[in-house]
Design a protein around this ligand. Structure first.
Ligand SMILES: [Zn+2]
Ligand SMILES: [Zn+2]
Length: 1004
């Protein structure tokens, strides 16, 4: 006997019971261990930050990791897998700063780095419990107890080892360069971090006049100005040159007061009313012309340096002049063709500054505040913008001021606008291995495929060196020591290496490789004997997570065979698409730099989760979906199924709770109904499954569904093998629909009939086989419902079977059972049936009213033969007595038949119904009412009853003509004419214009 299964189920509650079962029987651990010695399937967990509550997008990533890995386990692979946590970096520091009410680094220094980092360490796992709880609840199977942490000494030591390898290869250098800098966080960001934070912003769009002081080929009777365009007025005090395109044509335009110079092709776009062109000349002619600084740095107390080797300080000069240079990046698409250059605040400006040996003027500090004694000194750059313009207006140098909406990079953590700022930063020379980065990407399978040479490939093609140092506190310290006397640098690759250095001192137990302790560790300079001290920077936390393949195993200090024993590279990883510039990149870059190998073979790149309207979820918008709210209402399986099947993995998810409801109704409930139907009838008939092979399917219907089942196994197997859970899941959904709406519906009478013959047994065995196989196919997708079905269907009858569906093997398709012709034929029968239903509905004839005949037109003789072979199924489905075929429908239409056509197929029915069939229709209506009444009265499916009825002569005639049929269908021992006695469940109905009162009473 199977455990009874009601047709209604509380999925969340049932899932919690299954969780207990897994825990009690240690199913996860056993599912891994039982495959020891089998081929490995390597999976890497991308470490999330555990210092905030997990969101719905984390659920998405985690279940996509899970489905592929579970599938591989069932296919016989050994897949040990541990969780990991990203613990370093700005996100952690910012949270502590917020808690302490700090607004910048000075306050951290005052507070003390040791105390600050201690608080960071404590906060890292503040939400760990929540993470673990959700991870377990969504059935993401990963070892949480042995999780790696990027802040552990072991992990840091492996990262140091990696950096030292790059150091030895000459791939790490310190550059004075313009880097994206967050003025609030006081640190540089890498290009991939910048890529995470682009947003639309309104900025000034201003035209500035640079007053020409000396130029041979320009008029001199009125003032002459070079017109330039910028969106960052705060950089104008730092201007030390303007650039033109040497080959472009420039126009000199005259008004009554002055002359303006700009590129000819842009004159119209800019719109210069009151000006007319008086002269045209080539850009190269302008080169070398001198102009007056907008703001002479010496007047405002800021330094002016020259961009040569040592950046020498320049003497004060009241008559300072800057000059026009030519560069090849001057745009003739927007602006004026004359570009304002501030080498301290722009990458290309800086490069040009080096080439042209321009002046270099910093007017802003690292917090983004204006220095010196300008009228706008002390202001944050964005606040200074309007004040800078006001000053220029006073001087008559502001030509026009507007605003523009464009995308601008913001700090991905704190949302402060980034500044491009010239300063010293440590770089990894990734450009040195650019060709390798591109070549190794060739070896990776991306899902969806377009990411490979699209988003990711483009990113690699445009590779720039990785600015990987951070002027911060809570991170892996950059393992570079510098001699305080002679400036000699050394990279350090491990703790022992450091301890073995001559004159090593400062070591304190217990070892903590973080700041400030690591800053105390010193040794003697091999060059001059003075003290070597660590540089101040920590590293980009993306380097931490990108080093996880080695660092999670403390390679090479432990697990030194890691690279050759099959644990590298990963067979599979998965995260959301934003990681193409985050983790996907840092893994790929580090692995290429260290080993020139790809780090992963297959990667599913998931779409972002937006709200139902397609908007980004954010706390400020208040549209964040809380995973627990969804899980507690609908269960994890429904959520998982929604994510797997609603859209292909790479697409954006528009998360809509109603869609989860729909998934639950359409798929899970249908599946559960079939399962409940089977168990209910199987228990009535005391069915025990026959061992596979001991029987053969007899009917066409059984052969068909077994054929479909084996096709399904093959399809799901190949879908998951090819990293396409969406396609695989949709196939299962299609199968369950046909199982319920065709196989079970067409087989109801076989289960219902009282005699237990071979046909009934075949039906049971067939449906049983379908359900058990479905449980196994579904195990990677919806692990709970799969387990519930498996426990009851297999656990209760096969004591030797694996104890959990997750310990079972993945089903193997029996290709000999796949009958493509039968599948096509049955689909044709389904189509004709659905046309038949449409014809009935157009004729206004109920499905329950039997008809003499339907007439069918098909496209080929083969189709007619197919339908003839499936006639019993068709007659029952269509509720007709016979099936006829014609070549042409036109005749029938003339005779008043209702005809429905689709493609080359048509079905016709007559609206004329003979009296005997009308009576049979009434009998069927009576049966349906009685069945509903049985349920309403709370009778069991197998209860026998007595039925009483009262009606007119017509009803009495129907009751007596169809007595056997009505008795059999409703399990009525007797049909009694007259008033139902007390205790009977009674209802009155009107059927085809005849009143009838029915009563049902259970027999004890
Ligand atoms: Zn920031
Ligand atoms: Zn030295």
């Amino acid at each position: 006997m199977f455990k009874p299964v009601g047709s209604r189920v509380d999925f969340p509650k049932a899932e919690e019971k299954i969780l207990e079962l897994w825990k009690d029987k240690k199913i996860f651990g056993r599912s891994v261990e039982q495959r020891q010695g089998k081929p490995r399937f390597v999976f890497y967990e991308g470490p999330p930050f555990a210092n905030g509550n997990p969101g719905i997008h984390h659920v998405l990533a985690r279940i996509f990791k899970d489905v592929i890995v579970r599938y591989r386990v069932m296919k016989g692979f050994y897949v040990p897998r541990i969780a990991g946590w990203d613990t370093h970096g700005l996100p952690v520091e910012l949270e502590i700063e917020r808690e302490l009410g700090f607004s910048g680094k000075e306050q951290i220094e005052q507070y003390g780095v040791e105390r600050f980092n201690e608080r960071c360490r404590e906060s890292v796992f503040r939400y760990l419990k929540e993470w673990n709880k959700l991870t377990e609840r969504i059935a993401y199977w990963v070892d949480l107890e042995k999780a790696y942490m990027t802040m552990s000494n072991d992990y840091i030591e492996s990262v140091w080892w990696a950096i030292k390898r790059l150091w030895d290869k000459g791939l790490i250098y310190q550059g004075y360069r313009v880097t994206p800098h967050c003025p609030r966080c006081g640190t540089s960001l890498s290009s991939h971090e910048v890529a995470l934070g682009y947003e639309d912003a309104d900025d000034p769009s201003v035209y500035i006049k640079f007053k020409v002081a000396k130029a041979s080929k320009l008029p001199s009777d009125k003032p002459v100005y070079l017109l330039a365009w910028t969106t960052t007025p705060w950089t104008l005090p730092g201007n030390t040159a303007v650039a033109v395109a040497a080959d472009a044509e420039y126009a000199v335009l005259e008004s009554k007061d002055d002359y303006l110079v700009m590129a000819s092709t842009l004159v119209e776009a800019v719109g210069l009313e009151g000006y007319k062109v008086v002269k045209r000349l080539k850009g190269s002619v302008l080169v070398g012309a001198e102009y007056e600084p907008l703001f002479n740095p010496h007047d405002f107390g800021v330094e002016r340096r020259r961009m040569t080797e040592e950046l020498p300080l320049q003497k004060a000069n009241k008559d300072l002049r800057y000059r026009v240079i030519a560069t090849d990046f001057v745009s003739l698409e927007e602006g004026t063709g004359i570009v304002h250059m501030a080498p301290a605040y722009g990458e290309v400006d800086y490069e040009a500054g080096l080439t042209e040996k321009l002046d270099f003027v910093h007017t802003v500090d690292l917090r983004g505040n204006v220095i010196g004694n300008y009228p706008f000194s002390g202001k944050f750059v964005k606040d200074a913008d309007p004040m800078v313009l006001k000053e220029l207006e006073k001087k008559g140098l502001l030509f026009r001021s507007e605003t523009i909406r464009h995308t601008y990079p913001f700090c991905w953590r704190c949302d402060t606008p980034l500044l491009y700022y010239a300063k010293q930063t440590w770089y990894i020379r990734t450009t040195a291995v650019k060709e390798d980065l591109i070549a190794r990407n060739d070896e990776i399978n991306w899902y969806p495929e377009h990411i490979k040479y699209g988003r990711f490939g483009n990113w690699l093609e445009n590779n720039i060196d990785w600015a990987f140092s951070r002027e911060r506190y809570w991170g892996t310290p950059l393992p570079v020591w510098k001699c305080q006397s002679c400036g000699h640098y050394e990279g350090i690759g491990g703790i022992k290496e450091l301890q073995d250095k001559p004159g090593f001192s400062g070591f304190k137990e217990p070892l903590d490789l973080h700041r400030p302790f690591v800053d105390e560790l010193t040794f003697d300079c091999p060059k001059c004997g003075a003290k070597m001290q660590r540089v101040a920077e920590v590293i980009d936390c993306w380097f931490d997570s990108g080093a996880m393949p080695i660092a999670q195993h403390h390679y090479p200090f432990e697990n030194d065979t890691l690279l050759t024993d099959g644990r590298f590279p990963a067979d599979y990883i998965s995260e959301a698409v934003d990681q193409t510039r985050g983790w996907f990149y840092s893994l790929h870059a580090i692995s290429t730099l260290l080993f020139n190998k790809p780090c992963y073979r297959n990667v599913i790149c998931l779409g972002l989760v937006l709200d139902a309207k397609g908007e980004k979820m954010s706390k400020t918008r208040g549209n964040v979906v809380e995973p627990w709210a969804v899980i507690n209402k609908y269960g994890v399986d429904a959520l998982r199924w929604y994510f797997f099947t609603s859209t292909a993995a790479g697409n954006v998810y528009r998360f809509d709770e109603s869609m989860v409801v729909e998934v639950s109704r359409r798929f899970l409930s249908t599946l559960w109904n079939v399962y409940s139907f089977f168990v209910t009838y199987a228990n009535i008939d005391k069915f025990t499954p026959t061992k596979v092979g001991a029987k053969s399917e007899t009917s066409e219907l059984d052969k068909w569904i077994i054929s479909e089942l084996n096709q399904l196994i093959a399809d799901v197997d190949s879908g998951l093998e090819n990293y396409n859970p969406t396609e695989a899941g949709r196939k299962i959904e299609g199968f369950v629909d046909e199982l319920s709406n065709w196989y079970v519906r067409r087989s109801r009478r076989r289960f219902w009939k009282s005699e237990s013959d071979a046909d009934k047994l075949a039906a049971y065995n067939t449906l049983y086989q379908c359900l058990v196989t479905l449980a196994k196919l579904l195990a990677p997708f919806t692990p709970f419902v799969a387990e519930a079905m498996y426990q009851n269907l297999v656990g209760s009858v096969e004591p030797d079977a694996p104890e959990s569906v997750h310990l079972a093997d993945f089903p193997v398709a029996d290709k000999t059972k796949i009958d493509k012709t039968l599948a096509d034929d049955t689909h044709l029968a389904m189509k004709i049936s659905s046309l038949g239903r449409a014809a009935r509905s157009q004729a206004g004839i109920k499905v329950r009213q039997p008809l003499a005949k339907v007439i069918v037109k098909v496209e080929a003789k083969r189709e007619r033969e197919a339908l003839e072979r499936l006639t019993p199924q068709m007659l029952e489905e269509l509720n007709v007595k016979g099936l006829g075929f014609v070549e042409e429908m036109a005749e029938l239409e003339k005779k008043g038949y209702v005809v429905i056509s689709e493609g080359g197929h048509s079905v016709a029915i007559s609206k004329e119904i003979p009296p005997e069939l009308l009576a049979e229709g009434v009998a069927r209506e009576i049966v349906r009412r009685l069945q509903t009444m049985r349920r309403s009265a709370g009778f069991d499916i197998a209860d026998h009853i007595v039925t009483c009825y009262r009606g007119d002569d017509y009803i009495n005639q129907v009751m007596s003509d169809f007595a056997d049929y009505i008795k059999q269908e409703t399990l009525s021992k007797e049909l009694v004419e007259g008033a139902p006695g007390t205790g009977a469940f009674t209802e009155s109905h009107k059927l085809s214009g005849h009143e009838i009162t029915l009563g049902v009473r259970r027999l004890d």
